[in-house]
Design a protein around this ligand. Structure first.
Ligand SMILES: [Zn+2]
Ligand SMILES: [Zn+2]
Length: 328
């Protein structure tokens, strides 16, 4: 069974694990079919997370099929599932209120708990959700990052004609652009990379610009999805009086123009991952609608043995979602 493995920062390798342990109690073993490479996989590999633990198997955007069950597993062998890679305890004060995204005992697959860039992976069946038949594995792999956007959008109201700026054209920014466009908003995406502009423009009537092009322009809603000090500052400047911003990118501390925010009656929200299962279920419901157009967000796919090329391409920043195919 092939498995990717990060021994220490900047040391990614592949290894053959003879036999993976059997699932116990509520656990299931899944045969992974597709895995998406995420910006956070790169941050983990590059040693940028203070909460990252090494050595570890990376990978958290995962889809597969259950091939073995513990005696208390919630689903049967043969069920196709998507993985919830941020665990929740179900008993802390936040979980009790349904706020599983800020669970006090949260662990993250591929960051501080073994992830699933492997042919097989054992995890609690609490952390998987079945897929509907028409949703292919290749498409279902977008559920995890898309759920981040679905949660973030709940902080604000985006409908027909809302002017929305999305700062940063990474996977999250592109998915936010696709969803805002689907909801009828007037969408502008900023990115420093012209290659991202072409992907944005394939999404439909969505404007792609360099960050400096929106100086002085203001928007009802701003989604910060780049996570840098400069992009966060720009996002705050781009909020219309009375408007709101949702910060999704993991950003270093930034000085905020508090006077502007008070005088202009503005709101800045933070939003972290998703609540389970509600945000996953809503994301899956969106994916049922063929009018939600996200095809350009899938850039390249590599078999697991070509993981080095896949990670190199992901690191380049020139593509949208790059996936690993574990069936080949
Ligand atoms: Zn991710
Ligand atoms: Zn909890």
């Amino acid at each position: 069974m092939l498995q990717l493995y990060v021994r220490e920062p900047n040391d990614l390798t592949i290894r053959n694990v003879e036999s993976l342990r059997r699932p116990e109690n509520d656990e299931v073993k899944i045969k992974v079919s597709v895995g998406g490479i995420c910006g956070s996989d790169l941050s983990f590999l590059n040693g940028k997370f203070t909460h990252g633990t090494y050595p570890l198997t990376p990978g958290h955007e995962l889809v597969g099929t259950i091939i073995e069950c513990g005696d208390k597993a919630l689903y049967e062998v043969g069920t196709r599932v998507v993985v919830l890679p941020n665990t929740y305890c179900g008993t802390c004060a936040y979980c009790q209120k349904g706020q599983t995204n800020i669970c006090a005992n949260k662990q993250s697959f591929g960051i501080n708990k073994d992830g699933g860039f492997a042919e097989e992976f054992v995890l609690s069946s609490k952390f998987v959700l079945p897929l509907f038949d028409e949703l292919t594995d290749d498409r279902a792999v977008i559920i995890e990052p898309f759920a981040v956007v679905v949660r973030a959008f709940k902080k604000v109201t985006i409908t027909k004609g809302t002017s929305v700026a999305i700062i940063g054209g990474g996977t999250i920014g592109l998915l936010a652009a696709a969803l805002a466009n689907y909801l009828g908003a007037d969408v502008t995406v900023t990115d420093i990379n012209p290659k991202k502009h072409s992907i944005v423009e394939e999404l439909g009537p969505v404007r792609a610009v360099y960050p400096e092009a929106i100086e002085g322009e203001t928007f009802d809603i701003v989604i910060e999805a780049a996570g840098t000090v400069a992009s966060f500052k720009q996002a705050v400047q781009a909020i219309k009086p009375g408007g709101s911003m949702v910060a999704v990118g993991i950003v270093p501390d930034v000085e905020i123009p508090a006077t502007q925010i008070v005088r202009n009656d503005q709101t800045i929200y933070g939003s972290i991952i998703y609540r389970f299962p509600e945000d996953y279920e809503e994301t899956i419901a969106y994916l049922k609608d063929p009018d939600l157009y996200i095809d350009p967000i899938f850039s390249l796919t590599f078999p697991i043995r070509q993981y080095e090329t896949a990670f190199e391409k992901a690191q380049s920043g020139d593509y949208a979602k790059i996936t690993l195919d574990f069936k080949k």
